[in-house]
Design a protein around this ligand. Structure first.
Ligand SMILES: Nc1ncnc2c1ncn2[C@@H]1O[C@H](COP(=O)(O)OP(=O)(O)OP(=O)(O)O)[C@@H](O)[C@H]1O
Ligand SMILES: [Mg+2]
Length: 288
């Protein structure tokens, strides 16, 4: 029996898009036929578990049939949330140990903070995915830039945490953790800021050794299906709680590009056709 591949979505900066990426990758993997276990280490927000709770309720009431994760929704999270602080590390290992033997992938969402559980998760990752808002405020968690020249000075907090986690894992497994950084919530209006950031990210990637993934645009579709427990990967002629627009089709392509960059399946769900002329990106383009 082969062991599951562990994908950890992490960034100590809050609001970078970790939970959004985690739910999109989990649903895309399930549609590609993979057995997926999900572990939500954001014990306070529980966005990932909330998403799969919503999904279960929506499926019950709509009668639709869609893939669900191996761990019954929320179960792994509840075990961790209910555990006393000193038992959490052991409970986490139990949850991971169980999932490793039965899943193809374990998707772990982490909080926007440095916690003991998040460190452990990073140490067990085959792949770390780090979404990053297109902002120097967010980049600051990864690398420090010179305030005058804006040149990259040194890696900062989160890069150091990932470095440590990779060292710990390499000592045990002799394998290098793949680290992919991708920009999220890209807007069309910020060409100059984006270019500057792109250069700093490229410099940092050479220095600390991560790959740069394809970015995701800022699109309403990445957040509007959350209350149903659905993502763009779930949409089909039979599952269509909102009108399908060109933006949905474009978002599918972005998700597919992300899956390819991580080395995962490109199958991101049933083909969808836009029936609604609306596109949030076009609106952004017009505004710029
Ligand atoms: N590409 C995107 N387009 C539009 N909205 C997005 C996108 N990515 C994330 N969002 C929205 O941005 C907000 C933050 O995203 P999310 O909760 O996924 O971040 P997070 O890193 O998990 O945050 P936290 O650190 O608080 O757990 C949410 O409102 C989410 O719906
Ligand atoms: Mg989150």
């Amino acid at each position: 029996m082969s062991e599951a591949r562990v994908i950890v979505v992490g960034n100590e900066k809050g609001g970078a898009g970790k939970s959004t990426i985690a739910i999109h990758m989990a649903t895309a993997l399930m549609h590609a036929g993979a057995r997926v276990a999900v572990v939500d280490l954001d014990l306070r927000q529980q966005s990932l578990n909330r998403f799969f709770d919503n999904r279960r309720k929506w499926l019950e009431s709509s009668g639709a049939v869609l893939p669900t994760p191996l761990t019954p929704s929320g179960e792994a999270g509840e075990i961790l949330v209910r555990a006393a602080a000193e038992d959490q590390a052991v409970r986490f290992e139990d949850v991971m140990g169980q999932a490793l033997g039965i899943a193809d992938f374990i998707l772990v969402d982490t909080p926007g903070a440095d916690t003991a559980l998040s460190r452990k998760a990073h140490q067990s990752a085959d792949v770390i995915i780090t979404p990053l808002n297109d902002s120097f405020v967010d980049f600051d968690m990864l690398g420090q830039v010179d305030p005058v020249t804006l040149e990259l000075k040194k890696p900062s907090l989160y890069s150091e945490s990932v470095w440590e986690a990779r060292k710990v894992r390499a000592a045990v497994t002799r394998r290098m953790t793949d680290w992919l950084v991708l920009r999220n919530r890209l807007a069309t209006t910020e060409a100059r800021n984006r270019k500057r950031l792109e250069e700093r990210i490229a410099a940092l990637s050479r220095r600390v050794g991560f790959r740069i993934g394809p970015g995701l645009r800022d699109r309403v579709i990445y957040r509007e299906l959350f209350p149903f427990g659905l993502t763009i990967a779930d949409l089909s002629p039979g599952v269509r709680p909102v009108p399908v627009s060109l933006s949905h089709v474009a978002a599918r392509q972005e998700l597919r590009a992300l899956m390819t960059a991580v080395g995962l399946s490109e199958d991101t769900g049933e083909e969808i056709v836009a029936t609604d002329g609306d596109s949030d990106v076009e609106e952004l383009d017009k505004a710029s």
